[in-house]
Design a protein around this ligand. Structure first.
Ligand SMILES: *[C@@H]1O[C@H](CO)[C@@H](O)[C@H](O)[C@H]1NC(C)=O
Ligand SMILES: *[C@@H]1O[C@H](CO)[C@@H](O)[C@H](O)[C@H]1NC(C)=O
Ligand SMILES: *[C@@H]1O[C@H](CO)[C@@H](O)[C@H](O)[C@H]1NC(C)=O
Ligand SMILES: *[C@@H]1O[C@H](CO)[C@@H](O)[C@H](O)[C@H]1NC(C)=O
Ligand SMILES: *[C@@H]1O[C@H](CO)[C@@H](O)[C@H](O)[C@H]1NC(C)=O
Ligand SMILES: *[C@@H]1O[C@H](CO)[C@@H](O)[C@H](O)[C@H]1NC(C)=O
Ligand SMILES: *[C@@H]1O[C@H](CO)[C@@H](O)[C@H](O)[C@H]1NC(C)=O
Ligand SMILES: *[C@@H]1O[C@H](CO)[C@@H](O)[C@H](O)[C@H]1NC(C)=O
Ligand SMILES: *[C@@H]1O[C@H](CO)[C@@H](O)[C@H](O)[C@H]1NC(C)=O
Ligand SMILES: *[C@@H]1O[C@H](CO)[C@@H](O)[C@H](O)[C@H]1NC(C)=O
Length: 253
């Protein structure tokens, strides 16, 4: 009985240090695991779309997409969670803008990586009549957005309780609107709360223009290929095998 329990506890531990990154490549950046086909450094990713950089100058180290300044929070077999960026415009009592930042996120340089339908484009401020916050879903396959904010009457009608408007993309459920509390928070504090922790979800596939029936695909031994709706494919270890299907000897029985 004791022996059996020991076995259950050791199995996931050996799996965690094995088959995550390519041999001789870093598996971690701080506490974040770089799961192949993603990889940190030269020849550690499947190709340029899966390049990562570990910024060891920051404390703790931060993982970045390619050579961009987009932070990576974590990577799974289907998804990548990255940092978001908030657009905002803030007005003073007389209707003059005293804080403005309009932003975009562009991942068109990444082949096969798109914003997930799990994200909501979130707008806070007077334009959202009534409740003060609205969320809309985004189209499938999106790789770029650019937000602008306009105010009717430069916020003069609503200034007393709402000095600022915000717009950002965020994983559904990770942001809960705090009503008047949020609207009365200093705008840079509010922006920091969102940008320091709340994720945007990306979906990833291998080779968006290929299917499993193409002669060459990247599913290694003991694994099989499956086509992904919207283009591209992914690999799964076969039944009874476990590990990373994109690595040589990655799926073990
Ligand atoms: C993974 O671990 C198993 C058992 O611990 C070992 O036999 C295998 O060679 C390892 N595979 C890789 C790619 O390191
Ligand atoms: C890494 O550590 C930070 C706190 O230091 C924590 O918030 C985060 O969830 C951890 N990430 C992972 C992938 O464990
Ligand atoms: C990805 O990393 C390789 C080196 O492994 C480098 O040659 C290439 O320029 C990088 N691509 C991007 C988009 O950062
Ligand atoms: C790396 O981290 C340092 C320290 O936080 C920061 O100054 C620098 O801008 C970061 N580099 C990138 C590419 O984000
Ligand atoms: C991935 O990161 C996001 C943002 O930090 C966090 O909400 C989520 O719990 C993390 N997921 C895992 C599996 O670590
Ligand atoms: C986003 O839109 C602004 C104008 O609202 C423009 O200045 C900026 O160049 C756009 N960004 C990109 C990447 O197209
Ligand atoms: C605010 O909006 C009103 C009406 O649109 C306009 O007349 C006024 O000049 C604006 N004030 C500023 C500071 O832009
Ligand atoms: C990335 O790798 C896949 C699979 O090998 C390939 O089909 C695709 O064209 C590659 N993309 C780039 C940008 O090299
Ligand atoms: C994949 O298809 C898109 C759209 O048809 C095209 O723009 C892109 O160049 C193709 N990429 C490759 C590697 O063939
Ligand atoms: C397939 O799985 C078996 C059993 O774990 C292992 O010995 C073998 O190396 C694997 N083959 C490949 C090509 O990964």
């Amino acid at each position: 009985m004791l022996h059996f329990i020991f076995f259950l506890f050791t199995f996931p531990l050996t799996k965690a240090v094995n088959n995550t990154a390519k041999p001789n490549c870093p598996t971690q950046c701080g506490n974040i695991t770089a799961l192949y086909p993603f990889g940190i450094g030269t020849d550690c990713s499947l190709n340029d779309s899966f390049n990562l950089t570990c910024n060891t100058s920051s404390e703790p180290p931060t993982l970045l997409l390619g050579d961009s300044n987009i932070r990576v929070y974590n990577i799974s077999e289907l998804e990548v969670r990255i940092s978001t960026i908030v657009s905002y415009s803030s007005y003073n009592q007389n209707g003059y803008v005293n804080g403005l930042s309009l932003s975009w996120t562009d991942i068109r340089w990444l082949e096969g990586i798109t914003f997930s339908k799990k994200n909501m484009f979130t707008v806070i401020g007077s334009q959202c009549s009534g409740i003060g916050c609205c969320q809309i879903s985004i189209p499938k396959g999106l790789q770029f957005y650019n937000s602008t904010l306009d105010s009717l009457n430069n916020h003069s009608d609503v200034w007393r309780f709402n000095e600022c408007s915000y717009a950002f993309l965020v994983e559904e459920g990770s942001f809960e609107f705090g009503g008047v509390n949020d609207l009365s928070t200093k705008y840079l504090d509010f922006v920091d709360r969102i940008e320091s922790a709340m994720p945007v979800v990306l979906d990833w596939v291998i080779a968006p223009n290929k299917t499993c029936t193409d002669e060459v695909h990247d599913c290694k031994g003991n694994s099989s290929c499956y086509d992904v709706e919207g283009g591209g494919y992914r690999c799964n270890c076969n039944k009874g095998y476990d590990g990373n299907p994109y690595l040589d000897q990655g799926c073990q029985g």
